[in-house]
Design a protein around this ligand. Structure first.
Ligand code: AMP
Ligand code: GLY
Length: 423
């Protein structure tokens, strides 16, 4: 079988490694992939947003199955275009990817179908938004409607900060078209849990829960990033919480999308907060999370290709999704300065025995050597019986990897370990 994976980060590397476990996956193309992924797949220099180029390549190379991993091509309709060309795909069509592509859409969906989430108002008019803020309680959360590389969410501690956020988005075009509309919502507190779930539009089967570490600095300080590390399972996601989430959030969401004529087929990411009032949805993503995937897939016992194809064919109900016991930790090695300014082009050395635990993100290959080419460079994942062992093993590998200006948080998993101790 010839498989095409759209994307080129650590998440795509984790997907490709897992797909390769199935001997049917003879050839895997990564579009565009990266210098590290090139060790596990054939990388082709076609951008993940070049939908026409992707379709042309798939048809020319008689690709049997495609996996579209990143948000942009999904929202742009890459799955629709591949399907129209006769290529079976994993991933939602554009009319379902809108669940991530528009926060106004997803908030209105939750309101209409009674799915628990933060109370909110939506605005497409600056003066109305500013008037609303005059009496709104603070802290308050301002969100750009569209995709904004995870940076379109501002937690305003004061009314003045909220006014600046809204004005920056709606008047000054800070996030381009993504910020023309905004959601202003209630500030919630509680531990956050990410749950990635397979769904074919009828059945929903979650994988192991995880915890992201979004801020750049230790103890959740500094700027928001794409994610500096993850652990799985998430100790706050107890059996009781899981059952409530299935009943109050997962099934209602799948049914709501179907009722709206937008059946979601693919991996749906539930960003949840466990509040005093029960689990609530912070955000939906229409795809695997990054770096959640780098801990969730190593713990997946089922064959990924089999599960993905059952999602495409609508037979997920009859396909088991099972998870291994044990725990995983992924530490992101980034370029110092990320997510603001950083230098790139430094040579990366990874001991051969560590390589199978490494997922490449901002990595370029030149003359057989690897060099840094982005903010998040590598994800280093260990799987062990306990979370403590997994975290220790991941950091032990990190210490054996070298590139100039490497930076990682030193507290990945610390909060989860404290939560485990309290139990
Ligand atoms: P998002 O880009 O939607 O994942 O938001 C980024 C982060 O902002 C989330 O992971 C939360 O930590 C935080 N956040 C988003 N919405 C809220 C909210 N209503 N209350 C508190 N924190 C929030
Ligand atoms: N790690 C969060 C995301 O993938 O959006």
């Amino acid at each position: 079988m010839k498989i095409l994976v759209v994307g080129g980060g650590g998440r795509e590397h984790a997907i490709i490694r897992k797909l390769r476990e199935n001997p049917e996956a003879e050839t895997i193309y990564a579009l565009p992939g990266n210098g590290g992924i090139a060790r596990d797949a054939q990388c082709v220099n076609i951008a993940a947003t070049d939908v026409d180029g992707i379709v042309r390549f798939a048809v020319e190379h008689q690709v049997d199955y495609a996996v579209v991993a990143p948000d942009d091509p999904l929202v742009l309709g890459c799955v629709d275009a591949l399907e129209a060309a006769g290529v079976p795909c994993f991933g939602p069509r554009a009319n379902a990817a809108v669940i991530e592509g528009s926060k106004v859409f997803s908030k209105n969906l939750m309101k209409k179908y009674g799915i628990p989430t933060a109370a909110y108002e939506t605005f497409d008019d600056l003066s109305r938004a500013l008037r609303y803020l005059e009496t709104a309680p603070v802290p308050i959360v301002v969100k750009a409607d569209g995709l904004a590389l995870g940076k379109g969410v501002i937690i305003a501690q004061t009314r003045e900060e909220a006014r600046q956020a809204v004005t920056g988005m709606m008047r000054d075009g800070r996030f381009g078209k993504s910020g023309e509309k905004v959601v202003i919502e209630e500030f919630l507190t509680g531990p956050e849990v990410s749950v990635l779930a397979f769904t074919d539009g009828e059945t929903v089967k979650p994988m192991v829960s995880s915890m992201d570490h979004k801020r750049a600095g230790n103890n959740d300080t500094g700027l928001n990033t794409g994610g500096m590390g993850t652990i799985a399972p998430n100790p706050y996601y107890t059996q009781d919480v899981a059952e409530r989430c299935m009943r109050e959030i997962f099934l209602p969401t799948i049914r709501a999308m179907k009722a709206e004529g937008r059946p979601f087929r693919g991996c749906l990411y539930f960003g949840l907060m466990i509040t005093g009032d029960g689990p609530k949805v912070i955000e939906y993503n229409c795809r695997f999370g990054d770096p959640e995937t780098q801990v969730v897939l190593p713990l997946l016992k089922s064959d990924l290709l089999t599960v993905m194809r059952s999602v495409t064919e609508g037979t997920l109900k009859d396909t088991p999704v099972t998870v291994n016991n044990g725990c995983a930790a992924c530490v992101i090695m980034a370029s110092r300065g990320y997510p603001a300014h950083y230098e790139k082009g430094f040579e990366i050395t990874v001991p051969e025995d560590v390589w199978p635990s490494v997922y490449a993100a901002g990595v370029q290959e030149k003359d057989g050597k690897l060099f840094t080419s982005g903010g998040r460079v590598l994800g280093v994942t260990a799987v062990r019986d306990t979370l403590k062992e997994a975290v220790g093993a991941s950091y032990a590998m990190v210490r054996r990897i070298h590139f100039d200006n490497a930076y990682c948080r030193s507290d990945i998993g610390a909060r989860a370990l404290r939560a485990e101790e309290k139990e």
